[in-house]
Design a protein around this ligand. Sequence first.
Ligand code: G3P
Ligand code: CA
Length: 375
Amino acid sequence: MSHKHPAILRHWLLACSLLLPLMSHAAPAATVSTEARGRHHVEPSPLVIGHRGASGYVPEHTLASYALAVLQGADYIEPDLVMTKDGQLIARHDNELGLTTDVAQRPEFADRRRTQTVDGVTLTGWFSEDFTLAEIKSLRAIERIPTIRPGNARLDGAFEVPTLQEIIDLVKSLQISQQRVIGLYPETKHPTHFQQLGLAMERPLVRILARNGYASRWSPVYIQSFEVENLKTLSRLTSLRLVQLLWTDGQPYDQQVLGTGLTYAQMSTPAGLKAIARYAAGIGPEKSQIIPRDAAGNLTSPTRLVPDAHAAGLKVHPYTFRAENSFLPTDLRSSSDPQARGDTETEIRAFLDAGIDGLFIDQPDIAVKVREARQ
Ligand code: G3P
Ligand code: CA
């Protein structure tokens, strides 16, 4: 941890004191060798990606959430990234800030509330591109789904919105204390929207990663996007591995803007996957693209997506596994209580049997335990 960042240190200590009871995974003692940091690091399989950190336990995209994911044994942590008015990369799932910060309670920002179209959808709220980093830093994170995760909501107001640099500093610090490689899996959110505002994300992202030593295909980084053209741009700017996110229907927003007609369904065919393999190392499909659910909400049989992707040379990291009944297949729910946990372990095992290479999960400790039990 850098001594140049006392605010981060304070933040981290606060996170540790709040999170100690939740740390269920003891990291194995090992040395982070020079080789492990670079070219010869062998990634665990399946890769456990802490989705928005350990967002099943702590408000998403906070240093506390990322730290907990690592302490639970996640191999990678996943920051979604948006831009500030002054061109800084910060971790938020959306550029609209009202769902995951206390901005609505801040009278000094009341006049920033406005309506605009983002990726073709009309939204009213407070937008990251209207705030400087200093203003963002005065906000505090809140829980996105307090009715499902009331325990997380108890931590509303405890944590700042982190910058990408602060997340990298945290990872570098935890690599020392945990004695293992910890990867970064950033997602560019709304890249066409930010490009249209003169706040293109790709070069700042590549610059900040390179400045921190992440620049080769062996670096422990995957950059993901639901859009296509910005991944192609990134493939020309960096050798870091890229992941094309997929969705169950519709088109990537940049392809809508360009009028190409390219759909996610086309991208998920063998020919579409071969085209993705020209610029990306993997795909991140919505998990129902791998094992659809039937009319009753139960898992059915796997599709061809995993073998077709593997045939194209692509890794497959589906999203998003969540332990609460609200998100589980019907027959894996423990009760009708939407907050209670069901049998995520069985769901994960079905996807591992289908051949996935990794998974995004809100409760990384569960995936780590399932992986350990299979080894
Ligand atoms: O990036 C994988 C997954 O996180 C994509 O969905 O909406 O949670 O960013 P979202
Ligand atoms: Ca994401």
